[in-house]
Ligand binder design. Structure first.
Ligand code: F6P
Length: 475
């Protein structure tokens, strides 16, 4: 049946949620029903496998961050946290000895308690992907986990991290394990010794996944130098593989900022392709200075520079003497029929649209334009590229887009992204670490001073400034 729609026929312009982002507090049976009717998706458990200090928790958290951002409600269930909470953080290496009957029993019970909670969450609290973060390093344990999950009709994917490179293991111990509550107040040398003894205990019982276990698995060997896949099917598994191929554990900083103030910012108009104001140009100068001090001034190479294809973002990097890649995917959210209008005009001309956006900013799609979900979808390849990069990157883009990227990097769910705070003229420096992202916000002063706005005064400061303007590559 054809339906005539006007721009105020709001239901027609709300993008269908592909997934539920509900938390456990707001579960209702009707939501459960509609979810299963519209999208009969089997729940997935990703079961981590591997000796301690092989980066399992890091990988688990990164996967959760990614899947939550693409709209799959994902949670990590870490058995170590259960142990710390129930038995206390400081268990000596002997506790992990496979011949220590008492330790074995206690560890088994904790593992089961954690698995029970994962199943409960997946089956009754709207969880979609549960990541079971434990060593699961014996066939016996994996058989039990697989059978339990399959009895509950949950699909199982094992993800084993194998690492034979001693320097990577040592780096992991120093970077992450010594910061754990397990070793608080312990002399670092003794802590390393104890952790090595813990690993040795696990090694005595360790069995890598075998094809005869009849399970789907991914093996990541030496931090992704080799990736092995076995019996993998399905869309989500495919997405996971491409994500894992791009992720790495090296630390580097990602700098995010919106363009300098534009003419439309002053008039409070949406979208368009306006140029920078005088203040916006001053930001471009200050940004170049900041980047110079952060990089060339410290003997480091300039970062990669990515902008949108819109004038206000390309002009914001005009004084940084290096090429920049202009991604169409980094353009601002397309406000469709509301492009170029002020919020007041939108309210007057399309009151229902205005209300609908207030109610559900994530899924609301501007007629003829986009929703935040659409923006996140088009940003996915850009984020995989960010994950792949080993060098620092400066991304200059727009309000909605920077919110979505920032949300991804700090591990927010989709529904949290549309309201994140990203003011103009602030550089957000993010440095991903194994257990979270370090964040610094640098506010650049754009009030008038004696400096010119054409960047000419920078020539003396920016020693690497080329005589030609930097090249812009459109992508
Ligand atoms: O107002 C500046 C702007 O970049 C607009 O072009 C864009 O429509 C808007 O911000 C996005 O922010 P919000 O989703 O909060 O409307």
């Amino acid at each position: 049946m054809k339906r005539a729609v006007s721009y105020n026929d709001v239901a027609a312009f709300v993008s269908m949620p592909l997934s539920s982002n509900d938390t456990e507090e707001d579960s209702t049976s009707s939501e459960e029903e509609s979810e299963s009717k519209s999208f009969p998706m089997k729940k997935l458990a990703i079961v981590m496998v591997g000796l301690p200090a092989r980066g399992k928790t890091h990988i688990a958290r990164y996967i959760a961050r990614y899947l939550n951002w693409v709209g799959r409600t994902t949670r990590v269930f870490n058995v170590g946290n259960y142990r710390r909470e129930i038995l206390g953080a400081s268990q000596p290496a002997q506790f992990f000895d496979p011949n220590n009957q008492e330790g074995r029993r206690a560890r088994w019970e904790l593992a089961i308690k954690c698995l029970d909670d994962l199943i409960l969450w997946l089956k009754h609290q709207h969880g979609q992907v549960g990541i079971y973060d434990a060593t699961n390093s014996t066939k016996e344990r994996r058989k039990y986990v697989k059978e339990r999950l399959e009895t509950e009709s949950i699909r199982v994917l094992f993800l084993e991290s194998i690492c034979e490179d001693k320097s990577i293991i040592e780096h992991n111990i120093m970077e992450t394990k010594l910061r754990m509550p397990d070793y608080q107040n312990m002399d670092p040398e003794r802590a390393v010794e104890d952790f090595q003894a813990r690993i040795a205990n696990y090694e005595r019982a360790n069995e890598t996944i075998d094809d005869d276990e009849m399970v789907s698995y991914i093996k990541i060997i030496n931090v992704g130098r080799t990736i092995m896949l076995h019996q993998l099917t399905g869309y989500l598994q495919g997405k996971l593989v491409s994500y894992l191929m791009n992720m790495h554990t090296l630390s580097r900083s990602i700098y995010l900022t919106r363009h300098g103030e534009s003419e439309y910012n002053v008039e409070e108009r949406l979208g368009g392709d306006p140029d920078l104001t005088e203040k916006g140009k001053r930001f471009a100068v200050k940004l170049a200075q900041y980047i110079h001090e952060e990089f060339t001034g410290q003997g480091k190479e300039l970062p990669l520079i990515w902008t949108s294809q819109l004038r206000r973002s390309r002009h914001t990097v005009q004084f940084i003497p290096t090429h920049n890649v202009c991604w169409r995917a980094l353009n601002e959210i397309n406000a469709g029929v509301c492009e170029g209008k002020t919020l007041e005009e939108v309210k007057q001309q399309y009151p229902k649209l205005y209300e609908a956006r207030l109610k559900d900013k994530l899924h609301f799609r501007y007629p003829g334009g986009e929703s935040y979900v659409d923006v996140i979808q088009r940003l996915e390849p850009v984020m995989l590229e960010v994950e792949r990069m080993r060098e620092p990157i400066l991304i200059v883009s727009h309000n909605a887009v920077i919110r979505a990227i920032y949300g991804f990097l700090i591990g927010k769910r989709q529904d949290e992204c549309p309201n994140l705070e990203v003011p103009l003229h602030v550089v957000i420096k993010l440095t991903p670490r194994a257990y979270g992202c370090e964040e610094t916000r640098i506010e650049l002063n754009v009030e008038e001073d004696n400096e010119t706005v054409d960047g000419s005064h920078l020539d003396s400061k920016l020693s690497t400034r080329s005589t030609k303007p930097p090249k812009q590559v459109f992508f």
